[in-house]
Design a protein around this ligand. Structure first.
Ligand code: 3SK
Length: 519
């Protein structure tokens, strides 16, 4: 329960300073440590400068950065003024930015110099954008916009937060738009805090000594929670690394003493394959927990981390629309790696028949419905809203089984279910089995069109360097699946590829593989 008058920036920063923790580290970045008092001063200065430049309560402000402290300062400053922070993924091109900025009606943009070109290209088509502020790596960047550092210097260090209410908007994130146009998912001050007070509080049990670190980008809801809301809610520290490779992550654990490592399955798999000796080469003794989302974590990756790192990785499923994870194990649970976990405390989940929305029996597959402190809320898309939320239940679009032991087991995205000769085959179940093989780094399984069967199971496989691909490996893969799962699930086609198509947040774009098969 939250007071009616609530401001997320105040809760995440000012409360710690008021409680005597101003000298505690809030952010570690490269060699720098930013305390809570420093962060408060930067947020206040930047917010005052933004207000002088016309940012008003309710305004949407684009924030376009790699994982750097300025991104956190900018988002919190906007929120402290009652505005809505709109972080954008780095790799968005001019056309995509044009769509998002116009759809959101953003008035201001705070941009890192490396990412300015695409915005400049889009500028002639941006209807509402009035002011651009550029943060610079060096002082020699040529542009006609306002400078982040000048604003920080000029801004007053004292600021009373705007008197926002708990249900005022604070954050807006666009979905990746793999199916149709991207949609703006909006979140309130209360919802931001509630992700920390449900998932983080009960599943991770953080305290001030924790150091959160990882590589999900901040504009990805998963990264925003892991690296901004959660650490700052608990007075802990966030360790930021710009464009972190798996090797950079290991360095950051060693240098910054990361205790909760947040990432996605691809990066966890790369840590295993590219740094097999990491546990003896790096000081990883600070690690107490891993967090994974974005794609299901395979049981073989979970087990490898338990064996090699002595670290449990909690898999979770969330969505940009729901803001963070709503199904996961808690860290003291007996983790069953074949399942995602339980409904996060504070959330209710049920598995329903997609036709009737009636709950199906335990053990049967159906669509997952979720109800809790966050829910799907789209910016200006009433038709999508009505499809996604029915009777107060949000439908993220995933197929799950509610197992007799209470855990929810992920099957596939609704769109990724393969129907072959009348059998329903969840692609990720086949992927998990193929992933067990040493000769496989990554795999994606889809339904490929087939005249007789409607669809056949097809696996796209990436192998480690030096592995010989060809018929013999194809047969090994097929036999392994036949021996592990019902034989109708085996991949009738296997294609070896150099890499899998992915979104910027690391999700495999199975839709692209399906499109390729249809061509
Ligand atoms: O992809 C996920 O599972 C996820 C988790 C947390 C927040 C957002 C997303 C998309």
């Amino acid at each position: 329960h939250y007071e009616k008058s609530l401001n997320v920036a105040t809760e995440l920063v000012d409360t710690h300073v008021e409680d005597g923790h101003g000298d505690d580290p809030a952010i570690r970045f490269e060699g720098e440590e930013i305390t809570y008092a420093d962060l408060q001063e930067r947020v206040n200065r930047f917010a005052n400068a933004l207000r002088d430049r016309g940012v008003e309560p309710g305004h949407r402000v684009l924030v376009r950065f790699p994982n750097r402290p300025e991104a956190i300062v900018a988002c919190l400053a906007v929120q402290k003024l009652g505005g809505v922070a709109l972080p954008s993924m780095k790799l968005l091109r001019a056309k995509e930015l044009e769509y998002i900025v116009n759809d959101a009606g953003a008035t201001h943009a705070v941009v890192y110099d490396d990412l300015l070109d695409e915005l400049e290209e889009a500028m002639p088509e941006l209807d509402t954008l009035e002011t651009v502020i550029v943060a610079e790596r060096g002082a020699d960047v040529d542009h006609d916009h306002l400078r982040f550092d000048d604003m920080l210097e000029a801004g007053d260090p004292d600021l009373e937060a705007y008197d926002t209410e708990r249900d005022d908007l604070a954050l807006m994130l666009y979905t990746s738009g793999t199916t149709g146009r991207p949609k703006g998912a909006v979140h309130t001050h209360r919802q931001l805090l509630s992700t920390a007070d449900t998932y983080a509080r009960y599943c991770l049990e953080p305290d001030r000594e924790d150091v959160f670190g990882g590589n999900p980008p901040l504009p990805f809801a998963y990264g925003y929670g892991d690296l901004v809301t959660f650490p700052l809610r608990f007075g802990a520290t966030t360790s930021l690394v710009e464009d972190a490779t798996p090797g950079d992550l290991l360095d950051a654990v060693d240098d910054h003493g990361i205790t909760i490592l947040c990432s996605i399955p691809t990066a966890f798999n790369q840590m295993l394959s590219e740094h097999p000796d990491a546990p003896s080469e790096y000081d990883l003794s600070s690690l107490r927990l891993g967090m994974s989302a974005g794609e299901p974590l395979s049981p073989s990756t979970f087990e490898a981390f338990q064996d090699d790192y002595g670290m449990t990785i909690l898999d979770g499923i969330g969505t940009t629309e729901m803001l963070h994870i709503f199904v996961s194990h808690r860290h003291h649970d007996d983790v069953d790696p074949s399942a995602t976990g339980f409904a996060v405390p504070g959330y209710e989940c049920k598995v329903v028949d997609p036709e009737t929305n009636e709950e199906v029996d335990r053990g049967e597959a159906g669509l997952l419905a979720v109800r809790g402190p966050t829910g799907i809320s789209y910016w200006g898309r009433p038709e999508k809203q009505n499809d996604a939320v029915v009777d107060g239940w949000s439908y993220p679009g995933d197929i799950f089984v509610h197992k007799p032991n209470g855990r929810f087991e992920y099957k596939s995205r609704r769109d990724d279910l393969i129907i072959s000769s009348g059998y329903n085959i969840p692609g990720p179940e086949v992927e998990n089995v193929i992933q067990e093989l040493e000769e496989v780094t990554e795999v994606a399984v889809i339904g490929a069109p087939d005249e007789t069967r409607g669809q056949i199971v097809k696996a796209f496989v990436v192998t480690p360097e030096g592995v010989v691909t060809g018929e013999s490996l194809e047969t090994d893969i097929q036999n392994h699946v036949k021996n592990t799962l019902a034989p109708y699930k085996y991949p009738r086609a296997v294609e070896f590829v150099d890499e899998l198509p992915r979104t910027e947040t690391g999700k495999i774009q199975r839709v692209k593989l399906r499109e390729r098969e249809r061509e």
